[in-house]
Design a protein around this ligand. Sequence first.
Ligand code: ASP
Ligand code: MG
Length: 435
Amino acid sequence: MFPQPLDVFKFGGASLKDAPAIRHVAGILKNFAGERLVIIVSAMGKTTNALETVARAYTGGDVEPARQKLSELHNATMTTVGELFGTTPPELAAGLNDLFVSVEWIFDDPPSESYDYDYDQIVSLGELISSQIVAAYLNHAGLPTAWLDARDCILTDNTYREGWVQWPETQDRINSAVPPLLDAGKFVLTQGFIGSTTENFTTTLGREGSDYSAAIFSYCLDAREMSIWKDVPGVLTADPRLFDNVSKIDRMSYKEAIEMTYYGASIIHPKTIKPLQNKSIPLRVRSFEDPTGTGTEISADAGDTYPPMVAVERDQALVNISTRDFSFVAEHHIRELFEHITTTRLQVNMMQNTAISFNVVVNDIDDRIDRFCQLVEEKFKTTVDRDLELITIRHYTNDVADSMRRGKVQLLEGRMPLTIQMVVKEVPVIKRKDV
Ligand code: ASP
Ligand code: MG
């Protein structure tokens, strides 16, 4: 007898933002009662941002504001829970209280040496909270659901804030934890975004990493299909918050999805696609506002043709590097520069070199660029241009490219047969017409 097919669903913060939203999600899940379903949840609404503020305050030495902010979050959480259940189930209140107390305890000690470590111990709270609430609510709504701690499943190295998944261990752990719960006739509900090291310290997988968590579970469990439930009808030709006249793409290849998400199409976390592609598991991006809509299916290439698609990545910096002694950059320096790029974890989106200078366009995250510049200072002169946008157009036409450039200063351009990329000075967020 073949095991029954299994599906993986991921619900993001927007779909769980308040009590009515969680009720709506339970309504969607009712349609799947009795199926083998693994559900991955993000933190509710903007919880992760709030916890980032807490982490910054605590590590910056402002413990009181950190406590204050955390207690506001605790109160807001209990209000949502009250609205959701009427009377809060005592086990849930106790479970949530334990989670908040575990973070308050961190505040009793001074910050550790590593901001990234402290960040993960604090910010992971968001998914732990939301998963407890949603699991309790599904059980309350008559959908038997087992709560699973993703930290017992996803093993990472100790790169805090960007944990690297240790695949063979993770595969073993998921395969021993999940199937028995499904066999017991329950949905399995767990957290996105978090994992743990071999020493059981909590790690996170990078902002918006819940999609990736869902892909990890899908891969390890050989899912039939993975769905990401979002507040848009599917993958669109551009971000509707920035552009008018966007349209939905019904089908897309893995490769196309990787290209677009890597360059800032924020619809899916870029690491999500690869594990699915390796096992030919289709990914469906669908709308929780229109649960019967077909969304976008991302699967193997079927010779599809695409309209022009635009991704805009903000907070980019152009780092121009030249040698102090006027030697050519390419001669022996490239390897050295790449080594420093790796150690400072600069995320490079574009590179170009001329005889005496080397240009990299990178995500401007915390103090990485400054640390890089310091490391290379002795041999290289660097200049940094910040607050830029990287615009990537796949399947571009010259018309679309021209319309993107209009009214902006372009600092760099790269063209490949299907793709054009330009680095421009950021302009205020205004709707641009006709994509
Ligand atoms: N809650 C995390 C974040 O906001 C992970 C996620 O939502 O995917 O980044
Ligand atoms: Mg999210």
